[in-house]
Design a protein around this ligand. Structure first.
Ligand code: WTA
Length: 650
């Protein structure tokens, strides 16, 4: 990360006036959170409604022979009741969700009272299909209010939701359905994005060929588009809820009962089902949403993520609704019908807090200041960024143009596994440095270790691999069905600590700068993709003998996908075959995994023991082949010349 921009943006006067947490209070609260965690978390957990109060706060061990993570473990609560019923009847007429359709003429508002009825009807509908506490329900939906109802209805009856992003392919969907043995899928006929329809139900139908365990598919009518119908298996959402009562008592859940599974990519193998539980996750979601966004009742809050990602779970749904906020849910894309769409929506709904990803900011920055300046944005008070490191140029543009120099930016670092924000400024407390996620949230103890596992000094400037030294309520509890993989992935590299997979630098002021993944995970437009997944999609093609995938810097996406492919003997590489393979990966995984560059190579650089030397492939992809490091251990050094000669990123 470039850090040459040394400009510091002090806490604004407006933020100082409006916030509960100023710099002094932050230090005090942070100190309490790490020195007296029991007292701190007892108080923070009191923000939720507990059905049975907990007596014990924390019971965790990161010892790999006895790894367990339990928070508030003898308490019971229900996430849906905390997101809905807790605000009733007082706030029944306040807006819970503002839905903004893909079509700028389509929008609606759902009050907390209405949300209650929708969620209860669906919860009863799910029960009528035999869904019980602990069952897994897969949700494959566009960004429509029914996606939120579906998640909350599961939570209400204690079913575990697994939301699969609507951009994933039928194959990817089937893999995720099978992994958690889910027998119910909730989807829509089609999704609308940027004026184009995605055939979600048809994708589900195709997934069904590989997911024989699914009993029932619930279908929301979004577009009325044509599709196949299996009367034994498919049921219309509107029919299912038609005769259901609008009340459904929330199931008392143990704090450690699962709330949801969310699949995410790792450095090896297939995506893993990260599992979050009820109590700790919800405390973390609500607490971070309130402090990081300095959220105040009555404000309009918009997170542009999709509910298919963790950002959508925590900061469209659970955090804001637990806090009784008005959360905006946007079906469309930033550039349709025009590149001013975000700002038009901000004006239309008078959005106060706006949270998006650097890739969107970079794409809009490319369109110039015009589309932004044609809108008012006077309602905006705070801007946020998430998903990948934000380069100082994009930060500065976001601050100067979108926020008119007036709105602080919270650059929030976190992960699917962390449940919510871990390192971020607090608007009333933290001076900002463009490109830095700044300071840890309450209870979070980040530290740096060298590649060799040596701890680096815990004060002063340093750079290394980012670990977290102590448990926090929002952390994932396991990988569904594979606790050993959970232990091996996060707790074995640096014993006693959680390994994030990210590199980071801490500057002399104690500010944290995330430098990006240090494992084989790519971050493409803020989406996590494992190189191993893309490689296995490539080698699944009959023409492909071997493939290696690496990332390279990309102006808009942050990282692009660079594939080195060796074809089977006798197959002639052509421009068409490269195109065909790009298409193939897109079909196997989904559009977000479409390779940017495909280079055919007669051989890949390997050590004598047959290990592919990715370091060399990365350098060539980054166009830095002048500096390949030690190549003397290669089995056949001549392959490197061919790779350089035919490199694609010139
Ligand atoms: C990256 C998304 C720098 C990081 C919430 C992390 C970031 C991965 C930031 C997790 C940020 C996320 N600055 N990098 N503000 N936020 N990342 O699981 O590499 O989809 O490990 O969670 O995104 O991606 P995930």
């Amino acid at each position: 990360m470039p850090s040459q921009d040394q400009t510091v943006y002090p806490v604004t006067e407006t933020s100082k006036r409006s916030t509960r947490v100023n710099a002094e209070r932050y230090s005090e609260m942070y100190r309490l959170s790490v020195e007296e965690p029991d007292a701190f978390w007892r108080q923070e957990a009191a923000r939720l409604d507990w059905m049975t109060p907990f007596t014990q706060v924390e019971d965790t061990s990161w010892d790999k022979d006895d790894l367990h993570i339990r928070w508030f473990a003898d308490g019971t609560l229900n996430a849906s009741a905390n997101c809905i019923d807790r605000h009733l009847p007082e706030r029944a007429n306040d807006t819970a969700i503002i839905w903004e359709g893909d079509d700028p003429a389509a929008s609606s508002k759902i009050t907390y009272g209405e949300l209650h009825d929708h969620v209860c009807r669906l919860a009863n509908g799910l029960k009528s299909l035999g869904v019980k506490k602990g069952d897994r329900v897969t949700i494959y939906m566009p960004m429509i209010p029914e996606a939120a109802y579906a998640m909350l209805a599961c939570a209400r009856i204690g079913a575990v939701h697994s939301v699969v992003f609507g951009g994933f392919s039928p194959e990817a969907l089937a893999g995720r359905i099978n992994d958690c043995a889910s027998d119910i899928v909730i989807t829509a006929d089609e999704g609308m994005r940027g004026g184009r329809a995605t055939p979600l139900k048809a994708n589900v139908d195709r997934a069904m060929q590989h997911a024989p365990g699914v009993r029932q598919v619930i279908v929301v009518k979004r577009t009325g588009g044509k599709m196949k119908w299996d009367p034994a298996r498919d049921v219309w959402y509107h029919d299912l809820i038609a005769r259901q009562p609008a009340t459904c008592p929330p199931e008392p859940m143990n704090a450690e009962d699962p709330l949801f599974i969310l699949y995410t990519s790792g450095s090896t193998g297939q995506p893993k089902g990260v599992l979050h539980t009820t109590g700790g996750y919800l405390v973390w979601a609500a607490m971070t949403h309130e402090y990081v966004f300095d959220y105040k009742p009555g404000e309009i809050y918009w997170c542009t993520a999709d509910v298919g990602w963790v950002t959508g779970h925590t900061y469209i749904l659970y955090g804001p609704l637990a806090n009784g906020a008005t959360t905006l849910m946007f079906e469309g894309i930033p550039t349709w019908p025009g590149p001013d769409r975000f700002w038009q929506v901000v004006d239309k709904h008078q959005v106060n807090i706006f949270y998006t990803a650097p890739t969107a900011i970079r794409a809009l920055m490319r369109e110039g200041d015009g589309p932004v300046q044609g809108t008012s944005r006077a309602s905006l008070r705070l801007l946020g960024s998430v998903g990948e490191p934000i380069n100082p140029e994009a930060w500065t543009w976001y601050h100067r143009v979108v926020g008119d120099g007036r709105c602080p930016i919270v650059d929030t670092w976190w992960q699917t596994e962390t449940g919510g924000v871990m390192i971020s400024p607090l608007p009333g407390a933290t001076d900002l440095k463009p490109g830095s996620a700044t300071k840890p949230v309450f209870g979070i103890m980040p530290a740096l270790v060298s590649n060799e596992g040596e701890p680096l000094p815990d004060t002063g400037a340093a750079e290394g691999n980012l670990i977290i030294q102590r448990s926090w309520p929002g952390q994932a509890r396991t990988i569904y069905g594979d606790h050993q993989r959970f232990i091996d992935t996060y707790f074995a590299t640096y014993p006693g600590a959680y390994f994030t997979g990210d590199g980071a630098r801490r500057d002399e002021d104690g500010y944290w700068w995330i430098t990006g993944r240090v494992d084989d995970v790519l971050n493409v437009s803020g989406h996590r993709l494992g190189t191993a997944e893309i490689e296995s999609a490539l080698v699944a093609h009959t023409d492909v003998a071997e493939a290696a995938v690496v990332g390279y810097p990309h102006d808009i996406k942050g990282q692009g996908i660079y594939c080195y492919v060796t074809l089977n003997a006798g197959i002639i590489p052509t421009e068409e075959s490269a195109q065909m393979l790009r298409q193939w990966v897109r079909q196997e995984i989904g559009p977000i995994a479409t390779p940017d560059l495909v280079q055919f190579a007669p051989g890949l650089p390997k050590t004598r023991s047959g290990k592919i030397m990715r370091r060399i492939l990365r350098k060539i992809a980054e166009n830095e082949f002048g500096n390949l490091g030690d190549t003397s251990t290669l089995a056949d050094p001549s392959v490197v010349e061919d790779l350089i000669e035919n490199r694609k990123n010139r």
